[in-house]
Ligand binder design. Structure first.
Ligand SMILES: C[S@@+](CC[C@H](N)C(=O)[O-])C[C@H]1O[C@@H](n2cnc3c(N)ncnc32)[C@H](O)[C@@H]1O
Length: 394
């Protein structure tokens, strides 16, 4: 049987037997321009279970639900000739179909990642980019065996899901410009200050499910966390994911990095991480800075702002805003398009600002941005900022 036919047969069998977990198509072959991925899952509707297909385009998603037979008919041409990579997860085994142009098609069977099919109830109608019932979330104590958040972990789960959503959109935006490599779908990601690894795991799992040949490394200072996360990665069978003990500033990164992540790395550790990202040649840098301590004692109030700086909390906020503005400007000077935004609402966490940078295909003249940086630093009397020093801008 040709590999695509075997794949469709396994899909049909799993749907009929109630063992279907999810389906992902990735690496589009441009049959439908702009279509990047297709995600399939089962949802419970009034007339019975249906196959729900989410079509992800560069700038929008569309979801349609079909009775199984019709859904299979819709998915068939996409599996056969629309995508180079297809992953099927069932409770009896996982299947990976590869149909790269110029290569013979291949299908691989693997041990099942999931041993129960997700419940197709109403609450699950909203597609989740990180399934809450995955084994690593259970092992890390985020969710229980039913995929529900453990007490006190609902915000963490929301944060992980939101982060991967942002990550996937940034990756779509950047895909064409990622560091060229012999295998266009291979990706090197480093997560600095990985902690318990919630986001590192979610990124590694998301990338593998999306068909990337991803190598994801978490760097963490605490040896106990490194030991724990390496064990969970091994038990969950996530390929290409590992954790190393070390400090952000001293971690030697070779060039050829694609993505640098540093979420909630304290104070100037964020600067060290951004510097590592820039020097490693990362195309995408994603940070959520916290504990901005470096600039505050240096701030000299320009006379017109004396009434702002009189209030401790406002002075603190001003120094946070300033630190991240300086970092964003430094990233622009070094060839990135930077953005700052709230990534999760204030109700859920105070540490909710994200600073991201996407490498521009061509370097623009940095002189104007450099001039603006000098003026900004001089206006507030700042003589020391770690990232500016590391980059030789001070
Ligand atoms: C607040 S936690 C954040 C964990 C994870 N990034 C997240 O957002 O869920 C910060 C982690 O970074 C680690 N860390 C802080 N400074 C570091 C440094 N300079 N080098 C390596 N790890 C560091 C801490 O040990 C801690 O586990």
């Amino acid at each position: 049987m040709p590999p695509a036919e075997t794949f469709l047969h396994q899909l049909r069998t799993a749907l009929d037997a109630g063992g279907f977990v999810k389906l992902t198509l990735s690496s589009p072959l441009d049959a439908d321009p702009g279509l990047r991925n297709v995600y399939g899952r089962v949802v419970a509707l009034k007339g019975g279970p249906q196959l729900s297909l989410l079509l992800r385009y560069a700038t929008r998603d569309t979801t349609k639900n079909f009775p199984f037979a019709e859904g299979l008919a819709r998915i068939k041409p996409l599996v056969e000739s629309g995508f180079a990579s297809a992953h099927l997860f069932t409770t009896t085994g996982d299947w990976e179909l590869r149909q790269r142009p110029g290569e013979p098609p291949r299908i691989k069977a693997r041990r099942a990642t999931f041993n129960v099919a997700p419940s197709p109830d109403h609450d699950r109608l909203k597609p989740r980019i990180v399934a809450p019932d995955v084994t690593y979330l259970q092992a890390l104590g985020v969710t229980n065996a039913q995929g529900a958040p453990r007490p006190g972990m609902a915000d963490k789960l929301r944060q992980i899901q939101r982060f991967v959503e942002i990550f996937s959109h940034l990756l779509n935006e950047q895909e064409g410009a990622l560091t060229p490599s012999p295998d266009a779908r291979s990706l090197r990601v480093v997560d600095m200050g990985a902690g318990k690894g919630y986001l590192t795991f979610a990124v590694a799992d998301f990338l593998r499910n999306a068909g990337y040949n991803a190598w994801v490394k978490g760097v963490e200072f605490r040896a106990d966390l490194v030991e724990l996360t390496n064990q969970v990665a091994k038990d969950a069978g996530i390929e290409g994911l590992h954790f190393e003990q070390g400090t952000i500033a001293q971690h030697g990164l070779s060039s050829g990095l694609d993505v640098l992540i540093a979420l909630h790395a304290c104070d100037t550790a964020t600067d060290d991480a951004i510097f590592q990202g820039i020097s490693g040649g990362a195309s995408l840098i994603i940070t959520a800075p916290c504990c901005h301590k470096e600039i505050r004692p240096q701030l000299t109030a320009p006379p017109v702002l004396a009434d702002v700086f009189r209030h401790g909390i406002l002075c603190e906020r001003e120094s946070e805003i300033l630190t991240d503005s300086v970092r964003a400007l430094l990233l622009e000077i070094h060839g990135y398009k930077s953005s700052v935004f709230e990534f999760i609402s204030h109700e859920h966490t105070g540490k909710n600002l994200m600073l991201t940078a996407v490498k521009r295909p061509r370097q623009t003249d940095p002189d104007a941005a450099r001039r603006r940086l000098r003026e900004l630093l001089a206006f507030y009397g700042i003589t020391n900022q770690r990232l500016a020093r590391l980059l030789g801008e001070l």
